[in-house]
Design a protein around this ligand. Structure first.
Ligand code: GAR
Length: 195
């Protein structure tokens, strides 16, 4: 069985979608560890509900990245859990060399926009403020840039005339919960097949 680790900073609804997909047999890859840079993040409570080992890793002094020591600790925990790949699910820090080099080409992220549009924070708000008619979400491989890696899949949704940033994000999340398990399944199938 292919194994993956999950990193998240928030409420963890994408992690929930992945854990449920595994439980129901839709996803033939197992989430085996959940790590967060936020001590009381909902994603850690959810992991306990699913009885998946989870840890808070103190991020260190920076706001947008982990300290090198913290990232090395994340790598150690992921290796100890024997994960084959890593899934970012609302993880709000930039990934640096220790983690990138430990899992080259094996870190996935979901971003709430149709990349390459609206990289960075609160992409749903950027979309509403830009007045675009279409939004969505993207699953991509993580590289050293911010939301720049190879795109693995996208879902598109219309922006409605009365959408607020919050209502658009809520609908993007519905799309995310369908897209992420599907793309993670495809990725795990490729690994399983040795491609
Ligand atoms: C999701 O909408 C995800 O796309 C976004 O954070 C949210 C996390 O929700 N990620 C980013 O913006 C990364 N740049 P969740 O904790 O409920 O999965």
């Amino acid at each position: 069985m292919i194994r993956f680790g999950v990193l998240g900073s928030g409420k963890g609804s994408n992690f929930r979608a992945l854990a449920e997909a595994f439980q129901t047999g839709v996803l033939d890859a197992q989430p085996v560890i959940v790590l967060s840079d936020v001590e009381h993040a909902g994603i850690l409570d959810l992991a306990r509900t699913f009885e998946i080992p989870c840890h808070f890793v103190a991020p260190g002094p920076y706001r947008t990245k982990m300290s090198p020591e913290a990232e090395i600790e994340i790598v150690r925990l992921l290796r100890d859990a024997q994960v084959d790949f890593v899934v970012l699910a609302g993880y709000m820090r930039v990934i640096k060399e220790p983690l990138l080099n430990a899992f080259p080409g094996r870190i996935l992220n979901i971003h709430p926009s149709l990349l390459p549009a609206f990289r960075g924070l609160e992409a749903w708000r950027q979309a509403v403020e830009a007045g675009v008619s279409e939004a969505g979400c993207t699953v991509h491989l993580v590289d050293a840039g911010v939301d720049t890696g190879t795109i693995l899949g996208q879902s598109r949704i219309p922006v409605l005339p009365d959408d607020t940033a919050e209502s658009l994000h809520a609908r993007i999340q519905v799309a995310e919960h369908e897209l992420y398990p599907r793309i993670v399944r495809e990725f795990a199938d490729h690994l399983q097949a040795g491609e």
